[in-house]
Design a protein around this ligand. Structure first.
Ligand code: ARG
Length: 461
């Protein structure tokens, strides 16, 4: 909007206009314009507080609020046009300049006792509170999805891995609940983070506090903040809550990248544990046979930017002296980028999980034709009082014997079993059945189907 006044509010002590390159370098409007709603809401609450505290008159406050509401409508009706030729330094100056433009000198009273330093901190906290709530609810949805899948597959048998080597059979339900646990901790972290975001910093002035009798509790209430910041120097310089959030997003994404890696692997011709619905896979422009798992690949790949953004904020904060420094302006693109991306990652993870088919037969066959019951052979002897270390060695010898002859445990005759240990009885055949191996892990937190059902109960009550 070219008719917008773009006066710099700090121009008083300057005798020259600023260099064009400085303006371009300094400006944050291109990215902080998305905070227009928050900026206006915080300003409305501030104008109310100024009147409540008799710093400006009720009439002036009403006039300011009317102007701010008008600006909100203007931006809402055509965002692109409003910002098109806007030369303001940031969203705060853009709104304030326009306010003065609309209501005249009364608009110049809005910034009484306020600095952009406490204003920007307040805006970003106000914005992040809402975003964190949305992120948390997407995470809750994903957690429910995992629980639904765990219920569906509480007794689906599959190979469990360590070092990506077949280790012991597990239930697919148990697998899903392991990610449910990781996500539950992620949710806790976001909740904790939210409690530190939910603090009113407005009223801290530029750094020293305000010399006007601003009722900060009143202001906090008007904006729905639960607490009021304790120290003005800290309030305007603190970006811990952003670093924390970027860490939480990174760790969440690391969890999802681990799961995504498994989906990519399970989707291969070699594994064939899952198949992806056509609507959720992509093809190759050259190789006609290809069906690619782009979704989990991108979920895995996004982790790079999240960790990058975390690294950027930590590096940015290091060594910044008190209180506000312009370096802090760089926080916004990082947090915007991470929040926007994690939200879509969470949504698509959920949808992807609803659009893959788990190939139970293949998982079962692979489990059955494996040596994954070797530990159970050792356990069998141990339960007959053979010391575990000896039992382990015996089981290892049986594995080597089978490998050499290209056989599995099931193919061994009773006399062969007894050449390895006389305590093997007929019941060994049942005890090394894959179903038994899984059912026997019936300890709290174990993979037995009954334990999976118990864990689902705990997760849903
Ligand atoms: N655009 C600035 C930021 O995002 C607003 C605060 C500017 N404060 C200042 N003293 N120049 O950090």
């Amino acid at each position: 909007m070219s008719k917008l006044n773009d006066k710099k509010f700090w121009s008083g002590r300057f005798s020259k206009g600023s260099a064009e390159l400085l303006d371009r370098f300094n400006s944050s409007l291109s990215f902080d314009k998305r905070l227009y709603k928050e900026d206006i809401s915080c300003s409305i609450a501030y104008a109310k507080t100024l009147a409540h505290c008799k710093i400006i008159s009720n009439l002036e406050s009403e006039e300011i609020i009317r102007g701010l509401n008008k600006i909100f409508e203007e931006i809402q009706s055509d965002k692109e046009k409003w910002f098109e030729e806007n030369r303001n330094e940031d969203i705060h100056s853009a709104v304030e300049n326009r306010l003065i433009n609309i209501i005249g000198d009364v608009g110049k009273k809005l910034h009484t006792g306020r600095s952009r330093n406490d204003q920007v901190s307040c805006d970003i906290r106000y914005w992040l509170k809402e975003e964190l709530n949305q992120t948390r609810s997407l995470l809750e949805d994903l957690k429910s999805r995992l629980i639904t899948l765990a219920r569906e597959h509480f007794n689906t048998i599959m190979p469990g891995y360590t070092h990506l080597q077949q280790a012991q059979p597990i239930t697919l339900g148990h697998y899903f609940l392991s990610y449910e646990q990781k996500l539950s901790r992620d949710i806790q972290r976001f909740t904790e983070n939210l409690s530190r975001v939910d603090v009113l910093t407005l009223g801290s002035g530029a750094l020293a506090g305000s010399s006007y009798p601003i009722d900060r509790d009143y202001l906090a209430k008007a904006l729905g903040f639960s607490k009021v910041s304790e120290n003005s120097l800290d309030a305007v310089s603190d970006r811990d809550f952003i670093a924390e959030c970027l860490f939480n997003i990174s760790l969440l994404s690391i969890h999802l990248s681990q799961w995504a890696e498994e989906m990519i692997l399970w989707n291969t011709e070699e594994f064939q544990f899952i198949s992806i619905s056509d609507a959720y896979a992509t093809g190759s422009s050259m190789m006609p046979q290809k069906k690619n798992p782009d979704i989990p690949e991108l979920i895995r790949g996004k982790t790079g930017r999240f960790i990058g953004n975390l690294t950027a904020i930590l590096t940015l904060l290091k060594g910044i002296p008190l209180a506000y420094n312009k370096d802090l302006q760089e926080d916004k693109e990082l947090i915007f980028n991470s929040i926007d991306n994690i939200k879509i990652v969470l949504e698509i993870t959920n949808e992807f999980l609803q659009n893959i088919n788990f190939n139970k037969d293949k998982m079962y066959k692979v489990s059955e034709n494996s040596f994954m019951s070797a530990t159970d052979i050792a356990d069998y002897l141990t339960k007959k009082d053979v010391p575990f270390r000896i039992a382990h060695e015996v089981a290892g010898k049986i594995v080597a014997y089978c490998i050499e002859r290209n056989r599995t445990f099931k193919d061994l005759s009773m006399s062969e079993w007894n050449t390895f240990h006389k305590l093997f009885g007929d019941d060994i055949i049942d005890k090394i059945k894959i179903e038994f191996c899984v059912e026997s892990k019936n300890v709290y937190g174990g993979t037995a189907p009954q334990q999976v059902l118990n864990a689902i109960d705990r997760a849903t009550t």
